[in-house]
Design a protein around this ligand. Structure first.
Ligand SMILES: Nc1ncnc2c1ncn2[C@@H]1O[C@H](COP(=O)(O)OP(=O)(O)OP(=O)(O)O)[C@@H](O)[C@H]1O
Ligand SMILES: [Mg+2]
Length: 371
């Protein structure tokens, strides 16, 4: 879909921004360009829509050299989103989104209808359509930027640090929204960031650049964490990469153990023998976990087990969707040392242990080595 073949970019002052880039961007997937400041991410991105022209080599979009295409026509098929959205300050939100359809010659009514649909798609409410960009939060403005880039339904979307100007919580929401949107739309997305965590979360594939515009590694996120190509990539993917890499490992077949449970409000006497001095997980009537109770903390006699005596639990391991990372975190964060496994509805199905997670990891590695 998009291919760089031996591409260099040298600016007139002699700066080499991109040095011999060979890279194939998969159609319908999210490809991330990540790396430190000045490593040529933006330059590489802009060579795709010809905002920057290569000094040497070829950039192909859909098999055709971009230098042989009319720039305006090329860009019609390529949406572009930048940091701080780049909205027109004196146009309403609706008109900002309708800009591209109008440029494409749609009539005003069609263009506004399309704009309203796109606003809904990116999670903006109709009340916002008449406002001006400064009357929206940073995160909302970014959504408008995404809606505008999608307006002509381009097969390709280029995004240059689109979420870096918003606070971490909003940023996470925007990332989740992008993944949801992408699962519906299946665009070819090239996304620039200098945040490796964002790269790992969003990318189907991640290209790590080093300063001087050289590609250091191009791989799936799990492979990047498991096998950095060199010290630079190792340093860049950062601390805890072993732990974070567990997020890409399936927990299918992880043993689910037994778990001592008691029901909130039930009489202490019924639990005493079963718990002894150990831990029990306290459930409500729908088997949702409420907290942990230590045998030594059981009320006397037949008093009911009350919420006040419970110790807060750790994270839950969702057997329907979580990776080994989720399972290990559940075990490590549980006061009893046993992680709580739940099904998709949040009902407890049993326990997971850190030892079992590590055994599973060991087995998976042995399989990989054998292969
Ligand atoms: N128009 C230009 N003229 C000269 N040098 C430029 C020009 N644009 C970018 N550069 C230089 O090219 C190199 C790569 O710049 P680029 O903007 O592609 O980096 P980047 O990876 O996007 O960095 P950042 O993370 O800071 O956005 C830098 O050294 C930059 O100073
Ligand atoms: Mg940049």
């Amino acid at each position: 879909m998009i291919e760089f073949r031996g591409v260099d970019k040298r600016y007139p002052d002699g700066t080499v921004a991109v040095d011999h880039l060979d890279l194939v961007v998969d159609a319908g997937k999210v490809t991330i360009f990540v790396g430190p400041s000045g490593c040529g991410k933006t330059t590489s991105l802009r060579m795709i829509n010809r905002m920057v022209e290569p000094t040497r080599g070829t950039v192909l979009v859909d098999g055709r050299d971009v230098m042989e295409q009319d720039p305006a026509q090329l860009r019609r098929g390529i949406g572009y989103v930048i940091q701080q959205a780049g909205l027109f300050p004196h146009r309403t939100i609706l008109d900002n989104v309708a800009t591209v359809p109008l440029l494409l010659g749609w009539n005003k009514k069609q263009a506004r209808k399309r704009a309203a649909e796109l606003m809904e798609l990116v999670g903006l409410t109709p009340e916002m359509s008449g406002r001006y960009p400064t009357q929206l939060s940073g995160g909302q403005q970014q959504r408008v930027g995404v809606a505008r880039a999608l307006a002509a339904d381009p097969p390709v979307l280029l995004m240059d640090e689109p979420f870096s100007a918003v606070d971490p919580v909003v940023r996470e929401n925007l990332q989740d929204e992008l993944l949801r949107l992408q699962s519906e739309l299946g665009k070819t997305i090239v996304f620039v960031t200098h945040d490796i965590d964002e790269a790992i979360k969003l990318g189907d594939k991640v290209a790590v650049f080093r300063v001087g515009g050289r590609l250091a590694q191009y791989d799936q996120p799990g492979a990047l964490l498991a096998r950095p190509a060199d010290d630079f990539v190792d340093g860049f993917v950062g601390r805890d990469r072993g732990y974070r890499g567990l997020g890409f490992r399936s927990a299918d077949g992880l043993p689910i153990g037994e778990l001592q449970t008691v029901t909130l409000g039930s009489p202490a006497s019924a639990a005493r023998d079963a718990i002894g001095d150990g831990w029990a997980l306290v459930l409500d009537s729908e088997k949702h976990p409420q907290g942990w109770l230590r045998g030594t903390e059981l009320p006397s006699g037949d008093e009911p087990i009350a919420a006040e005596r419970l110790v807060a639990g750790g994270s839950l391991y969702d057997t329907d969707s979580d990776s080994l990372r989720g399972a290990l975190d559940a075990a490590l964060s549980s006061p009893s040392g046993l992680g709580v496994a739940v099904d998709g509805s949040g009902a407890v199905v049993g326990s997971v242990s850190a030892d079992d997670v590590l055994d599973k990891l060991k087995a998976a590695r042995a399989d990989e080595d054998a292969a």
